[in-house]
Design a protein around this ligand. Structure first.
Ligand code: BGC
Ligand code: NOJ
Length: 811
């Protein structure tokens, strides 16, 4: 069953039934200022950091779900309705929510009134615009009462929902003209405030939540709206809100537009006050003046479109399947921008207060984003590298506002450092900019300990070399990519966190996943060293990579697949000998990508075993059989019910590793088959089972051993976005960036006749047309660049500012 449809021309998903199986959301904002907005108007806004600078309040885990947001109430006679359906939930004559590229639109109608709301954040602006247009389509005059509503968060989102003894006494607002200013804590340590304005005279307002709603009422039953008259309240403590009241008279056929703005302002410490107790409103007024007419809004909205045209224009494909085209051309790239911006901080599954930017997460997010805005990728690489230590270890997470490592979580996730080699080399391959290797980048955010960025890569590489276990395989530390494989944790205390507890400081638990990862990015490190003339270092590093390959062959192979790990006691994990968890996806993915033992048939056997034991109708599960009891020596992985999350769930993030492995074997039908099982646009028809948005990837789909296979959770913020983009564009469609050009090596379903890709690369546009006359999956017979055959399948760097034709004949 579907709840809407794709509108590819406008790059929108159009939801036509507000009662989606879960809130289906969108992100507004691209740089510093962000909003999350659901298909019923729920959501919230923050500046840079969803924990420390939360503008509006949101209650996760609420009943009913997704209550609280940017709400409008239209009172038309006895009937009150909301254009986003919620909060009033009045039956609408029509409803449409269009989630587009950094904007959301609602088009709704009731009893001869049409309402359109356009929500977006202009580029470079610290404010959300809500353009509300009301039109009278009836034959009589309409006297409408329009109420807006938002609820302020007292800045620190965690404190806001825990520290009521203080917070119920601190709230402060100011009201001037049509603007409500939120200034809680401004008089002491904060140099920032927020405001909610409208570009029209208002007929009243409210700023105290209890007065507006009534103490015992929900958002769907507000006293003030019921009575039809505002109370003009000024909040003192409790829960400050901002609600405007406007009387709108519309003749038949007449329409009116209102521009609401939710803004954030920072002022200089010495310039905080206009006069005693009155905040300096100058910057806020300048923001309002910038967007106070429909023309100005339209221009800003056009600019946003142009911005996305440009970003999405960089990679564009034409295949025989719309579902693939819309993933590659629109939604997957869009999601990569969102994961780049948010890491794992704020979604409808991540509360914005738990996790900041992840070291491994943000590095991986870059590979789906670097082609869009390389300059921002460069800056991000330095931010991440700055949270590393000289020995290569690093903080697992950092806060976006301070960019400082998060000491509550600490480090020792031994896969973390290697991902820096991935992001850095992918950045250079995309841009050709080797200069970042020479930039001075601090260790542990301490400028006096800065070293060239290259030294960070070296430290990353040797962190593995210096932390090997009894079999010469990498020690796992607290966990590797799989946060839940906590082999040194040994916790039987429910009050301990699996991620931060290490009851056994082990030097025995080893990871085959890190081993494969090390071989892949170790080789990349060697290749990079050679490029930049560090031959001695390249030779030295090569020895370690070779040793790792040998170690995996000797002690990492189980006969039909790669082992997953050795536990603290030196026992095998992911072996046929085990009763549960006989085979795991991560080591099959990474050791296959590393092509360890390919000649001996190991890769083929491993991927066949994945097919046989891990693949199911909805994707590839993480491990099988899933654990049915708690193994203290394995940690969190065995706490999840079978079939969910890291215990036998389809963890979509790692499925593309197998797809990539398949392409290295040339099995295009299989690789693409896996792709289509988890790509959201291919799941649109089963939306009622899948539950989450059909336009973005989710972290996990319940696996074959779950209670409800196919049901998904945790959409949006997952490494799934960048890895699937990487796998489909660079390995299946096979247009891979490299230091000297674009390597073309597609691995596609044999029944395809070909496809087209337009790819911007180093300032030129490559118009690639792949033909597959012999219906093979892999193999390039000839490549013609601007009509001339080239000797290899690396298309060189071509003249900037021009479009070049690249004709590829497979066979
Ligand atoms: C989850 C992981 C997640 C980790 C973050 C675990 O409970 O299962 O997916 O990465 O928490 O701390
Ligand atoms: C989600 C985390 O953000 C990511 O870092 C981790 O690799 C996966 N969970 C798997 O545990």
């Amino acid at each position: 069953m579907k709840y809407g449809h794709f509108d590819d021309k406008n790059r929108e998903y159009v939801i036509t039934n507000p009662q989606t199986p879960y809130p289906w959301i969108n992100y507004l904002g691209n740089e510093d200022f962000f909003s999350l907005t659901s298909n019923t108007g729920g959501g919230y806004t923050f500046y840079k950091d969803a924990k420390f600078r939360r503008l509006t309040r949101y209650r996760y885990n609420n009943v009913p779900i997704d209550d609280g947001g940017k709400y409008f109430y239209i009172k038309d006679g006895d009937v009150t309705w909301s254009p986003g359906w919620k909060p009033m939930k009045t039956r609408l004559d029509s409803y449409e929510c269009r989630h587009g590229m950094s904007y959301t639109k609602f088009n709704s109608a009731k009893n001869g009134v049409e309402a359109q709301i356009l929500q977006f954040i202009p580029l470079g602006f610290w404010g959300e615009i809500q353009k509300v247009s009301l039109k009278n389509t009836a034959s009589e005059t309409k006297k409408l009462k329009l109420f807006s509503f938002i609820e302020w968060c007292l800045w620190n989102a965690e404190d806001d929902m825990t520290n009521f003894q203080r917070n119920f006494s601190t709230g402060e607002v100011e009201i001037e003209d049509s603007t409500i200013y939120h200034k809680t804590e401004f008089k002491e340590r904060r140099n920032h405030y927020a405001f909610y304005s409208v570009n029209a005279p208002i007929d009243g307002y409210d700023t105290d939540r209890e007065s507006f709603l009534g103490l015992y009422n929900g958002f769907d039953n507000p006293d003030v709206v019921n009575q039809g008259t505002p109370k003009n309240t000024e909040a003192h403590g409790w829960s400050p809100i901002a609600s405007h009241y406007i009387e709108v008279e519309l003749q038949p056929g007449e329409s009116r537009d209102f521009i609401f703005m939710l803004g954030y302002v920072e002022v200089d410490k010495d310039d905080k006050w206009e006069r005693k107790a009155v905040i300096n409103k100058k910057p806020a007024k300048a923001m309002m003046a910038k967007y106070n007419t429909v023309e100005k809004i339209d221009t800003a909205y056009d600019d946003l479109h142009t911005y996305w045209d440009r970003l999405l224009g960089k990679i564009n494909i034409e295949s025989s399947d719309d579902r693939l085209d819309r993933m590659v051309n629109i939604w997957n790239q869009y999601q990569c921008m969102v994961t780049f911006n948010m890491s794992r901080s704020a979604s409808f599954f991540e509360s914005g207060i738990g996790r900041g930017m992840g070291f491994r997460d943000s590095n991986q997010d870059l590979i789906g984003f670097v082609h869009q805005i390389p300059e921002r990728a460069r800056e991000r690489i330095f931010d991440i590298a700055s949270t590393q230590f000289e020995d290569g270890s690093c903080y697992h997470q950092y806060q976006p506002l301070t960019k400082k490592g998060n000491s509550a979580i600490g480090g020792d996730f031994n896969d973390d450092p290697l991902w820096l080699i991935l992001s850095t080399t992918e950045y250079i391959k995309e841009t050709g900019d080797f200069s970042l290797l020479d930039e001075m980048v601090p260790f542990d955010n301490d400028a006096s300990r800065a070293k060239p960025h290259f030294d960070h890569l070296k430290a990353s590489f040797y962190h593995v070399v210096n932390n090997l276990g009894p079999h010469g395989l990498p020690l796992i530390g607290r966990a590797d990519w799989n946060d839940c494989l906590n082999l040194n944790c040994f916790s039987d205390d429910p009050n301990e966190s699996f991620q931060t507890t290490g009851n056994k400081k082990g030097k025995t638990a080893e990871s085959l996943m890190i081993a494969g990862l090390f071989v892949v990015y170790g080789k990349e490190y060697v290749k990079l060293c050679k490029r930049i003339g560090k031959d001695t270092e390249a030779k030295e590093a090569e020895k370690h990579v070779k040793a790792m390959i040998e170690a995996v062959k000797k002690d990492g192979w189980d006969g039909d697949w790669y082992l997953r790990a050795y536990d603290y006691y030196g026992k095998k994990i992911g072996s046929n000998e085990n009763e549960e968890g006989k085979i795991f996806i991560e080591s099959q993915g990474w050791c296959s990508m590393a092509e360890i033992g390919k000649k001996e048939g190991m890769v083929e056997k491993s991927l066949n075993a994945v097919k046989e034991h891990l693949d199911c109708e909805y994707g590839i599960v993480l491990n099988s059989p899933a654990f049915t009891k708690y193994y203290i020596e394995y940690g969190e992985i065995s706490t999840y019910p079978a079939g969910y999350k890291e215990n036998g769930g389809i963890f979509c993030h790692n499925n593309p590793w197998i797809m990539i492995g398949e392409t290295l074997l040339g099995r295009g039908d299989q690789a693409y088959g896996y792709y289509t099982k988890i790509a959201p646009s291919f799941l649109e028809d089963i939306s009622e089972l899948h539950k989450v948005e059909p336009y973005v990837y989710c972290q996990m789909i319940a696996g074959k051993e779950a209670f409800k296979p196919g049901e998904a959770k945790n959409s949006w913020l997952s490494g799934t976005a960048s890895w699937n983009f990487f796998a489909i564009t660079q390995y299946i469609l096979g247009v891979k960036t490299d230091y000297d050009g674009l390597v073309i090596d597609p691995c596609i379903p044999s029944k395809w006749d070909g496809f087209k890709m337009s790819r911007e690369f180093r300032g030129a546009t490559y118009k690639i047309e792949v033909q597959n006359p012999d219906h093979v999956s892999k193999g390039v017979k000839r490549i013609l660049v601007n009509g001339k055959e080239i000797p290899s399948n690396t298309v060189p760097i071509l003249e900037k500012g021009k479009a070049h034709s690249v004709q590829v004949i497979m066979g």
